[in-house]
Design a protein around this ligand. Sequence first.
Ligand code: BJW
Ligand code: ZN
Length: 236
Amino acid sequence: MLTLTDSTRLLVLTGAGISAESGVPTFRDAGGLWEGHRFEDVASPEGFDADPILVWRFYSLRRRGLDNVKPNPAHHALVEVEKRLGDRYLLVTQNVDGLHAAAGSKRMVEMHGNINRTKCRRCRLTPFEDHKSYEELPACAECGELLRPDVVWFGEMIPRDALAAIDGFVRAAGSNLVFLAVGTSGVVYPAAGLVDVARSAGGTSWLVNAERPANVSQFDHVEIGPAGKVLPALFA
Ligand code: BJW
Ligand code: ZN
């Protein structure tokens, strides 16, 4: 069990596995292919340049797939921990599905963006209704450029404010830092390197995952199992 003391500062990193029990498909468990395309090719600026309709179709389908999806006990367990720790807690999610916010998480950084937002690839954020995106390419009302999902693709920078929030939390925590990764395969950087950042800061690290991920050897404590069962018990 992960014991939280009055000085614990808990940094949680979540990945697709935490939403799996809500019915959201993960990226790499299913073989990493989407309609014959490598996921890396669909989720990249180069992929969007090459075939924007295909990419919009991919994201429109995923958005619609989220329509009736609800947070599960793992999301809710993190909300309860946040209530206990207050500003000694920060959630960093790689997920773009919005389920942490739906569960009630507040101190949260969406480091890979959010699938329900859209931005112009040239000028700035633009609100956009998803309904037409399945067949037609949406264009920016300001400059005419293509609109795209407000997510972070391969080769793109993580939002500066997200990195600053993580850095600030780790610095303030020092050896009181407890890092907990949940449901992530540990292959996509910089998220996969956060466990090393936590170790360098003198913190301890925990992992909750359905199987042993790529960076498992970096963790001090490893709990293998479904997040919806393991997480509530971990904090009990
Ligand atoms: C369960 C479960 C249950 C299932 N309970 N568990 C250093 C080294 C090498 C490469 C790089 C590097 N630094 C940067 C790079 C390049 C690149 C990268 O990491 N490449 C690697 C693949 C090699 N990174 C980037 O480009 C990043 N940008 C960047 O670093 O900028 C600076 C820079 C730019 C250029 C060059 C160098 C530096 C950006 C990365 C953006 C990733 N974007 C995506 C798409 C987001 C939008 C969308 O959703 O479509 O983010 S890719 C995809 O992978 C998505 C995810 O957030 C991310 C991670 O996936 P995740 O969450 O781990 O899911 P899965 O499916 O892989 O794993 C699920 C796990 O859950 C599994 O282990 C299951 O077992 C488990 N599980 N059920 C518990 N019930
Ligand atoms: Zn524009």
